[in-house]
Design a protein around this ligand. Sequence first.
Ligand code: SF4
Length: 329
Amino acid sequence: MNNKNISNKILYWYDNNKRNLPWRKKVNQKQREYYTLISEFMLQQTQVKTVIPYFKNFIKKIPDLKTLSKIDDKILLKQWEGLGYYSRAQNLKKTAIKIINEFNGSLPNTIEDLKTLPGVGDYTSSAIMSIVFNEKIVPLDGNVERILKRTLYLKKKYELSKEFLKSKINFFGLSNRAGDYSQAIMEIGALVCKPKSPLCNVCPIKKYCLAYKKNDFEINKLIKKTKTKFFEAIIYEKKNNYLLVKNDKFKFLKNMPIFPMTEVKEKKYKYLKSQKISIKLSNMNMKIALINTSNLPKVKNKILLKRNSLQSQIIPSFTKKIFSTISKY
Ligand code: SF4
């Protein structure tokens, strides 16, 4: 297998087929840093077509790192409303502040320094290194993983771990056009080597693909264990004002408004006779007992919210689901 041929074919395909995405516009280095940071944060767990309008509005309203570092939290969260995973927006602002205070206003250019920024992990730091600094790295995202699993026909359990897949990334070789190259591979994953029905006839690397040879495109995944956890949530209401708290207690929905909650044992949960709901959050099945009370609970970070102001507030869908459940009763 010749990696040079693979990289040439992939780049040729990219030059002729890439999507015209707003963060790929030709801009100066400072803007490239900013556009990449914003788009990579938005693309974590969200599809490209959803991100496009959010990205455009975001850079119109918050055009640079300095503005972002000083932005009012409400305005920031309003820009993010509907994208979900709000901690990304909060991390983005913290990252902007850190870059200004500790890195002279420019994105750091090493993986180690990038990983000190809030919300920047393995993938995002590699993507920034390659797209912004043209470093010869191929970041491993879901698209790249899928191509590797198919081209190398990786099916066994031990072959599906991130570590194993990373060790196989040299299948793609490298290119001097590093930023374009990593985006090109991800683009093939998104547009050609699709999860269902890959378009092998137009794939530039079908000659090197074992899945194509074997006519077997099934993707094996490591199954994440879903945990079931039990909670009680306190529902306190007075004159149509509901008590929420800014969450600094649980790892999920960090800093977002939630009903005051406590994790409880399954035995206690089963014993509770109140109304109950189930909500799936990431790989956690939450079973929540809704406990009505007329005594104002002693909690930190109180927020009192009128039910009819829900639409104008940044409330996670998790909390909205509880609101809609209690409104039915
Ligand atoms: S030939 Fe088909 S399965 Fe193989 S990488 Fe290309 S699109 Fe994916």
